[in-house]
Ligand binder design. Structure first.
Ligand code: IMP
Length: 185
């Protein structure tokens, strides 16, 4: 049987060691800014940030609440459709609370801009953004980023939660995808 994915290649980009070292430093940076006696709500933006979120939260020192939100902007392929859709809403009220959005990657900024607008309307006391990766080359809209793991070049990355057509999320490292043909869109 032929492998239908044989034209897809993944080159190592960020190793497990680089990720774990950076994630624990990011957690220390965030922990130093937390309110000591009130728990901060950390929002995991599904699906892409599940692995980053789990590792980050293990290292946060201070009271936390967990919350999950689903968004979709890619309908397959490697570029955003621009139309962001909420696929899963929060089950907790964030009014008057300190909130940190935990995202896998800020690429064009459209998803984060949509999230910020949607969450600001719920009147949190504070709203911050933490992203593992930032790809400024593809920016379409400016979004404030309070905590950033790595600024990366204009490459399509997979692994550590990030996917291509729902595959490769389980890789423990981040790799750059390339294709034998230029069919992917
Ligand atoms: P944006 O709206 O263009 O900023 O894209 C945000 C979303 O697109 C992220 O949450 C990811 O799910 C996805 N995305 C952007 N760049 C990549 C990439 O290089 N690999 C995998 N997913 C990506």
């Amino acid at each position: 049987m032929t492998n239908p994915y044989a034209h897809e290649h993944i080159a190592p980009y960020l190793t497990q060691e680089q990720l774990s070292e950076r994630v624990s430093k990011l957690a220390a940076e965030i922990s130093a800014d937390l309110q000591p006696y009130e728990s901060t709500i950390f929002i995991c933006v599904l699906n892409g940030s599940f692995m980053f979120y789990a590792d980050l939260l293990k290292h946060i020192e201070g009271p936390t609440n967990t919350a999950f939100l689903g968004v979709s902007s890619y309908e397959g392929g490697t570029s955003t459709t621009g139309a962001v859709r909420l696929t899963l809403d929060l089950t907790i009220d964030i009014t008057g609370r300190d909130v940190i959005i935990v995202e896998d990657i800020v690429d064009t900024g459209l998803t984060m801009s949509y999230l910020l607008e949607s969450l600001r309307s719920r009147k949190p006391r504070s709203l911050k953004v933490c992203t593992l990766l930032h790809k400024p080359a593809r920016k379409k809209i400016d979004v404030p980023i309070d905590y950033c793991g790595f600024v990366i070049e204009d490459v399509f990355v997979v692994g550590y939660g990030l996917d291509f057509n729902q595959r490769y999320r389980d890789l423990p490292y981040i790799g750059v995808m390339s294709f034998d043909d230029e069919q992917a869109s």
